[in-house]
Design a binder for this molecule. Structure first.
Ligand code: COA
Length: 324
């Protein structure tokens, strides 16, 4: 059976850098507080000409270029996002038009910060049943448009950006296993409603619903526990241990969440990739942006085992194992 293996990666970050000292001028906070509680120093903020689908399209072109493919070779475009350009059409259709992938079919998927991992799992299943497919999987967000910039609990955490991968069938390389989970009962601990809500419950009582809403301490605890559990389940299923992994690329939410994960699973420092200090939490884009950085630094060798893990609104969480 064929697995979804990487042919190329790409990323695109907006030009504007928002620092912690910029945020000090906007809300009552400090660089010290933000760094000690989150590890974040800067994040990118999308400006003119940097709409979600445009960032996604630029990341996609870089990934296709690395893969040695043209846009016409793409059979499927999947965009994981919680900040689509419009409710309809999908961001993936905008990307299709942007890059000229006329032979593809395209749609979005929403699993919040776990979107890229859900997409990897889905791409792997498409490729298992249609081994000749080339899948363009993108995680792309413009969260800055859906942040309340007066709310210091959330505005310090998030950033914009896009990461893309091109996947095609391989007998040995690629996705080996995944463990994905969700628990919709916990939706109201982390959510962002549409600007004009279709949900009568929220429409009547909570007009702030269109911005990111979060119960930080609850999210923190659940994120650590659930990612730890997903990784343990995946390793058990595959009869592997942390020692067998070359690298872990986690969703870049917060340095303290990642430090707890490292502590609980005893992951050596050099085996976990962290760039949250530069980009903050870019939701579905965080893992593919990190993956592109890892790839372009040639940090992995053929045959290495790479593990991704994520956690996000829904709640959604999971882990995916990939052979390099
Ligand atoms: N600057 C300064 N003070 C702040 C602040 C900020 N940006 N944000 C909150 N505070 C204050 C609070 O108002 C509170 O003050 P009080 O004690 O006077 O009420 C105090 O700091 C502690 O707040 P608390 O929410 O308990 O802080 P915390 O230690 O839990 O850290 C988070 C807050 C958001 C950093 C932390 O809960 C977290 O990382 N949660 C997970 C968030 C996340 O990753 N979400 C996305 C998942 S995909």
């Amino acid at each position: 059976m064929k697995h979804a293996a990487l042919l190329g990666t790409g990323s695109c970050l907006p030009r504007r850098i928002l620092t912690n000292s910029d945020l000090e001028k906007m809300v009552e906070t400090s660089d010290d507080w933000i760094v000690s509680r989150t590890g974040i120093r800067t994040r990118r903020i999308a400006g003119k000409g940097e709409d979600n689908f445009r960032l996604a399209g630029r990341a996609a072109k870089k990934a296709l270029n690395m893969a040695g493919l043209s846009a016409a070779d793409v059979d499927l475009i999947l965009v994981a996002t919680i900040t689509p350009h419009m409710m309809m059409p999908s961001c993936a259709c905008f990307v299709q038009a942007e890059i000229g992938a006329e032979n593809a079919f395209a749609y979005d998927l929403n699993a919040a910060c776990s979107g890229f991992l859900y997409g990897l799992d889905l791409a792997d299943k498409y490729i298992a049943s249609q081994p000749d497919m080339n899948v363009l999987l993108i995680g792309s967000e413009t969260l800055s448009a859906r942040i309340n910039w007066q709310d210091r609990n959330t505005c310090i955490l998030f950033g914009d950006g896009a990461g893309a991968v091109v996947l095609s069938g391989s007998d040995t390389r690629g996705v080996q296993a995944s463990c994905l989970y969700s628990d919709g009962r916990l939706w109201n601990l982390l959510y962002m409603d549409s600007p004009e809500s279709l949900n009568p419950e929220i429409k009547q009582k909570d007009r702030r619903g269109c911005y990111m809403q979060m119960s930080g301490p609850d999210v923190f605890k659940f994120a650590v526990r659930s990612m730890e559990q997903a990784i343990r389940n995946l390793l058990r299923k595959e009869n592997l241990s942390i020692d067998d992994l070359a690298l872990v690329i986690p969703h870049q939410a917060n340095i303290r969440i990642l430090n707890k994960l490292v502590e609980r699973l005893v992951i050596p420092e050099e085996k976990i990739f962290i760039n949250v200090e530069r980009y903050g939490n870019t939701s579905a884009a965080s893992i593919p942006i990190a993956l592109d950085e890892v790839n372009r630094k040639n940090r992995l060798q053929r045959g290495d085992k790479l593990l991704f893990c994520s956690f996000g609104g829904g709640f959604t969480w999971g882990a995916v194992l990939m052979q390099w």
